[in-house]
Design a protein around this ligand. Structure first.
Ligand code: PMP
Length: 400
């Protein structure tokens, strides 16, 4: 019987479910450390002032209409997006070996890449354990074979570097290796530049295919170039590779769904072929990408004055988060909270992987009205000068 009555209810998304629980909580001092979206020091979403300026310009631009974008996207956006990640003087761009395609934010970029890889590269994809939960869902739905490399070492609360290298060495030749170039989600732990070089050597020796999922450029350190250094190093090393981009965090364009998928190929011709396949995949899935977010990003990226302002606003966001790491660490020290907490300040980006276990996470929720994911990850952006002490005290209570 194929009646709709027989369709099972899909389980709720863990993060969205957490937000619903938070919303339903009537405690006035509740704290939401679940969803990875920037909040200002008053706990409010922040529209970047530079984005407002760009919107003004777009609103009064007589050339703007609501026609469809080309299938590959708004070219002034995709060109600028490629320069942002690979560098304005990137030889690969000059040699036209880079192909860039506008996507429905970072998630859409991952999905187009996944469908493409499933069709044109018969190889398993290695993702970090742990990783952004949606990676597994995306690559499974696309029909890729998923394998894992250990990333987090619970003992050191840092990178499981030796294990990761071992896995890359023993993976079948030509595997796809998914890497987070900066601000690893959920751990907040990144390889050092020296470690990236070793990773590159191993990947090269095994003919692996790097796939960088870049959701936090500029948001991690406050420096767009620094956050792109791993990607640029791999390009210098001559890899063929894929690179996604998201403008959700770094421009605060979450709901506008603005992103890109890039290929770095050996030749202009193969870059073109890859992009042609992405056009084919997207055409059958949703036709063309939305224009509004891409217009905003294009305006910011192509206008030197706005670009400069954006780099300042990136610092506002990333420095506030870095400051919250320092504050949280300081309060835990003051309280004499058992355990080591250096990882809170050593980690980078939106998230901190606290090392708190499921029991402690549940107690934080039930007793202290603090909401975080079951794996002990907190979104640093949910902390502010008004709640960081209360959070530290709650952590202190649950670990004792
Ligand atoms: N990749 C990673 C690692 C992420 O953390 C995110 C954001 N949570 C994304 C991709 C995609 O986000 P979006 O689709 O909102 O750009």
């Amino acid at each position: 019987d194929n009646s709709l009555q027989n369709v099972p209810l899909a389980p709720p998304d863990a993060i969205l479910n957490l937000s619903a629980l938070y919303k339903a909580d009537t405690d006035p001092h509740k704290i939401n450390l679940g969803v990875g979206a920037y909040r200002d020091n008053d706990g409010k979403p922040w529209i970047l002032p530079v984005v407002k300026k760009a919107e003004e310009l777009i609103l009064h631009d007589p050339n703007v209409d609501h026609e469809y974008l080309p299938t590959a996207g708004l070219q002034s956006f995709t060109d600028a997006s490629a320069k942002l990640i690979f560098g304005a003087d990137s030889p690969a761009i000059k040699e036209k070996r880079v192909g860039t395609f506008q996507t429905i934010s970072g998630t859409g970029a991952c999905r187009i890449a996944a469908d493409f890889l499933a069709r044109h590269r018969k190889a398993p994809i290695y993702i970090s354990n742990p990783s952004w939960a949606n990676h597994q869902a995306i690559f499974t739905d696309a029909g890729l074979e998923i394998k894992y490399y250990q990333y987090w070492d619970p003992q050191t609360r840092g990178l499981a570097f030796a294990s990761l290298i071992e896995t890359f060495k023993s993976a079948p030749e030509g595997s796809i290796i998914l890497l987070h170039p900066c601000a690893h989600n959920p751990t907040g732990v990144d390889p050092t530049f020296e470690q990236w070089k070793i990773i590159a050597d191993v990947l090269k020796s095994k003919n692996h295919f790097p796939f960088f999922d870049c959701a936090y450029q500029g948001f991690a350190s406050g420096d767009l170039d620094r956050d792109a250094q791993a990607v640029r190093y791999f390009v210098e090393q001559g890899f063929e590779m894929l690179v996604t981009q998201s403008f959700a965090k770094n421009m605060g364009l979450y709901g506008e769904r603005c992103g890109a998928l890039n290929v770095v190929a050996k030749t202009e011709e193969s870059a073109k072929k890859a992009v042609s396949q992405w056009c084919k995949i997207s055409r059958a899935a949703y036709s063309t990408a939305p224009s509004y977010g891409a217009r905003i990003a294009s305006t910011v990226l192509n206008n030197p004055e706005l670009y400069q302002q954006w780099t300042e606003e990136l610092k506002t966001m990333s420095y506030r988060i870095i400051n919250m790491r320092d504050e949280l660490f300081k309060h835990l020290q003051e309280l004499g909270t058992p355990g080591t907490w250096n990882h809170v300040v050593d980690q980078i980006g939106m998230f901190s992987y606290t090392g708190l276990n499921l029991n402690q996470v549940n107690t934080l929720k039930e007793k202290f009205h603090v909401y975080l994911t079951d794996n002990g990850r907190i979104s640093m952006a949910g902390l502010n000068t008004g709640n960081v002490r209360k959070f530290a005290e709650a952590v202190d209570w649950v670990v004792r």
